[in-house]
Design a protein around this ligand. Structure first.
Ligand code: AMP
Ligand code: MN
Ligand code: MN
Ligand code: MN
Length: 280
């Protein structure tokens, strides 16, 4: 955790592909010294009520959030919505078809896994996910639990990543629509983990120009332990160049994965404007 700003604006509960319940996640964050936490599950808001209740108990400020899957130029991006009104109808309208699409996509992934010799993938993955929002992470866990892969990283590398046997070229709502929906719900839109999209510097520049033009508010400048100081500097320069606020978030899924701990968040350069200064 950055001791000056004990803030984490990106993490997951078991309502999407995190391992902890919202209650356990908040308890874990409070114990780690976090004072402000955004729960940002993939394309679902169902964890937020329990998180709010737990945050009150632990005296921690909960920022209602969501991580939206988005498309731009045939690429998949993640747009984090922060400080949203979780009851706003625009959010349900946006998320319901995405949730239906995720179910359909899970069937397609399972069919491809069957062709690759892994039977019953959907039923096994659903059993493990407990009928929550299905993501590729759940398939990865199933592949590990069933002994097909030694860890999730290998499951993506062998089966689930783009170009691999179980990959599905996914269609998500346009980035512009995600940003507009987040704004309609009173929130701010953050481009998550900008260096994880395998874009060249020029493509990244085009993306940031389009994100800003679509009304995007902030860039995740400090994005967890896998980031080097050079990565933070690269994202900070991009935020300056495009006039974006700065966010920080661990993208924590599992506290047992030590490389994405709160403790590892690097501080934001002091000339950037942190997004949390704009929360009302
Ligand atoms: P989905 O939105 O269903 O495509 O799932 C995406 C999720 O899979 C991400 O949010 C990550 O949590 C996880 N993920 C993606 N790529 C990898 C990878 N190479 N290794 C481990 N987890 C990954
Ligand atoms: Mn995830
Ligand atoms: Mn993400
Ligand atoms: Mn995430």
């Amino acid at each position: 955790m950055n001791p000056h700003n004990p803030i984490d604006l990106h993490c997951h509960s078991h309502h999407s592909d995190g391992v902890l319940s919202p209650q356990a996640l908040i308890a874990h964050a409070a114990e780690a010294g976090i004072r402000m936490l955004a729960l940002t599950d993939h394309d679902t808001l169902t964890g937020l009520p329990a998180a709010e209740a737990a945050a009150r108990q632990h005296g921690l400020q909960l920022i209602p959030g969501v991580e939206m899957s988005a498309s731009w130029a045939n690429k998949t991006l993640h747009i984090v919505g922060l400080a949203i009104d979780r009851q706003h109808p625009a959010l349900q309208q946006h998320l319901q078809p995405v949730q239906a699409y995720r179910e359909h996509r899970a069937e397609q992934i399972a069919e491809r896994l069957a062709r690759a010799g892994i039977a019953d993938a959907l039923a096994r993955t659903q059993a493990l996910a407990g009928h929550r929002q299905l993501t590729r992470s759940h398939f990865a866990r199933m592949l590990v639990d069933s002994g097909h892969c030694k860890d999730q990283r290998q499951a993506f590398k062998r089966y689930l990543a783009a170009g691999k046997p179980a990959a599905v070229s996914s269609t998500w709502p346009d980035m512009q629509d995600c940003i507009a929906c987040i704004h309609a719900a009173g929130g701010m839109a953050v481009l998550a983990h900008p260096l994880r999209y395998q874009l060249s510097a020029s493509w990244r520049g085009r993306l940031l120009t389009a994100f800003k033009a679509a009304g995007g508010d902030a860039l995740e400048v400090s994005a967890g332990a896998s980031q080097s100081p050079q990565d933070v500097a690269t994202c900070a320069a991009a935020a300056r160049e495009h006039g974006l606020l700065a966010s920080q978030g661990s993208d924590l899924h599992d506290p047992a994965q030590r490389w994405i701990r709160y403790a590892a968040l690097q501080p934001l350069p002091s000339d950037l404007t942190p997004i949390w200064t704009r929360f009302s």
